[in-house]
Design a protein around this ligand. Structure first.
Ligand code: ATP
Length: 308
């Protein structure tokens, strides 16, 4: 899933990470060409201080400008309470990533209302909104600069001590200090290469540094080696602590840590509940879980991995 930011400034505001798969250069070209889809309101409503991290969708309808006849979201309604952890699952094309793009206000819905902390997001300043959101994308982009600066990307004014603290919390400190140049190691063609799990922990450290009340997490689909998997899961559960979290989930361990699951299909929320209740209901989720998590009917009895 790729989040189409409609301008470069939007991109830097959420440090929205470009998909490796579709080619970063291509994506950047797209972003430059596209007109900003949304305009800040002339008199923005302030978002409440301190932020609570509450999200509400009411009857949200949406089609992408490129294909206005395709109903991507067709009346989506849900509420997420402050601190709640909610997983979004559903088949490819169901509209999961679009929920994130609308929350980040890359696009405005064709109908319905999206609220953050009670304020309709189209009436708030987009910068203020995005400063309250941290995005951890599927395909993490790292830049040809030091490991420390790659983490600092989450909050440019952070001190070295804060960068290291975030890296420790994200279980990244260990592999960073093992590099010959430590936090000063250059990443990229002429520097060190990071594994998939290491890149994810860099993204988690960025998000910890950003310290936003709402976390949008697009979980990686690609498998990591077992050790990385455990570290990433531990780092994620630490990141999610005390934050409202919306996660596009691909892993059983992740849905099991969530308070609630929203099941999407063809632009609608078709089921809602806990993993156990949805498996017992025997609907779309039960079929998806069976396929995706590759487990039998005993799934409802599965317990949390010790690492969590
Ligand atoms: P996946 O699990 O494959 O990432 P998803 O549930 O996240 O899927 P979305 O990415 O939200 O689904 O896409 C929903 C629909 O909108 C799909 O039919 C997709 O092809 C279409 N779509 C997504 N992005 C765009 C875009 N920028 N322009 C036009 N159509 C788009």
């Amino acid at each position: 899933a790729v989040f189409a930011a409609s301008s470069l400034s939007q991109l830097s505001e959420v440090w929205s990470e470009l998909s490796q798969a579709s080619g970063a250069a291509e994506r950047i070209a797209e972003i430059f060409d596209e007109q900003p889809a949304v305009k800040p309101p002339a008199h923005p409503l302030p978002l409440p201080e301190p932020p609570r991290g509450e999200v509400g969708f009411v009857a949200v309808r949406f089609a992408y400008p490129a294909s206005p006849d395709v109903k991507v979201l067709d009346g989506v309604t849900f509420t997420i309470k402050p601190g709640e952890k909610v997983a979004i699952v559903g088949p490819s094309g169901a509209g999961k990533s679009t929920i994130f793009s609308l929350l980040l206000r890359f696009y405005d819905p064709a109908g319905g209302v999206i609220r953050f902390d009670g304020v309709p997001i189209n009436e708030a300043d987009p910068k203020a909104l995005r400063s309250r959101i941290a995005l951890v994308p599927q395909d993490v982009v790292v830049f040809g600069m030091s490991v420390a600066d790659n983490i600092r990307y989450g909050r440019p004014e952070a001190t070295d001590a804060e960068v290291m603290e975030a890296a420790k919390l994200a279980f990244a400190d260990e592999f960073i200090t093992r590099m010959p140049g430590g936090y000063g190691s250059l990443i990229g063609e002429r520097g060190v290469t990071l594994s998939g799990g290491q890149r994810q922990r860099i993204a988690i450290a960025r998000a910890i540094l950003r310290d936003a009340p709402l976390l949008l997490l697009d979980e990686a689909t690609s498998a990591l080696d077992a050790e990385s998997e455990t570290m990433v899961q531990r780092a994620l559960s630490r990141l999610m602590e005390g934050r409202t979290t919306l996660v596009i989930a691909h892993r059983l361990a992740t849905v099991l840590t969530c308070d609630r699951i929203l099941v999407m299909d063809e632009g609608r929320v078709v089921e809602e509940g806990t993993h156990a209740s949805l498996v017992a209901a025997g609907g779309l989720y039960a079929r998806l879980a069976d396929l995706q998590f590759n487990q039998g009917p005993a799934l409802a009895q599965v317990s949390l991995p010790a690492a969590l």
